[in-house]
Design a protein around this ligand. Structure first.
Ligand SMILES: [Zn+2]
Length: 155
C-alpha cells in the first residue's frame, strides 16, 4: 500500500456577520430601527475618558460593549481610547455596495483619525484585544483595513 499523505485539515475562516444576516435578524434599518435600537445609558462606572454617557446602539451591543469598556478600564488602557467616533449610521459599506453594519447599530468606530479606512492601523494590540475578548471582530485585519472599526462577532 502506498503511503497516502493525508490532506491538511482546512482551517475554517472566521465567519463574520454580514448585512444579509442583519436584514434577516433585525429587518430593514429604515423601517425597523425602533425594534432593535436603544439609547443605552452607560453605567457611571464605565464613564471614563471619552466613553460616552449615552450610546444609541443595537440592544445586542449592551453586553459586549460593557465587557469591552470594562476591559479597557481594568487593563489601564482608557488613555489609549482617544476618540469615540460613533455607532449607528445608516450607510453603504466604505468601498462596497452592501450596507455597513453601522446601519443596524452593531458596529463602532474609535480613534478614527489615526486608523483611517485603507490605512495601516495604529491601534495597540492590547486595545484591540479589549474588544476582541468581548465579542467583537476588528476591521484592522481586513484586506482593506478599517482599523477604527469593531463589529459584533455574533448576532
Ligand atoms: Zn466602522
Amino acid at each position: 500500500m502506498p503511503f497516502i499523505e493525508p490532506l491538511p485539515i482546512q482551517k475554517r475562516e472566521s465567519v463574520m456577520v454580514t448585512s444579509k444576516d442583519c436584514l434577516v435578524k433585525f429587518g430593514d434599518p429604515y423601517t425597523n430601527e425602533g425594534k432593535f435600537m436603544v439609547l443605552w445609558d452607560v453605567p457611571t462606572s464605565l464613564e471614563v475618558g471619552v466613553i460616552p454617557k449615552k450610546i444609541y446602539c443595537n440592544r445586542a451591543m449592551i453586553e459586549p460593549l460593557t465587557k469591552a469598556f470594562n476591559n479597557v478600564i481594568s487593563r489601564g488602557l482608557a488613555g489609549q481610547l482617544k476618540t469615540w467616533d460613533g455607532c449607528f449610521n445608516r450607510r453603504q459599506k466604505r468601498g462596497g455596495t452592501s450596507m455597513s453594519l453601522h446601519s443596524w447599530g452593531i458596529a463602532i468606530d474609535i480613534n478614527a483619525a489615526w486608523n483611517g479606512f485603507g490605512k495601516t492601523p495604529t491601534m495597540s494590540p492590547e486595545l484591540v484585544k479589549c474588544f476582541t475578548d468581548a465579542g467583537f471582530d476588528w476591521g484592522g485585519t481586513w484586506k482593506k483595513p478599517d482599523g477604527m472599526h469593531f463589529q459584533l462577532t455574533n448576532i
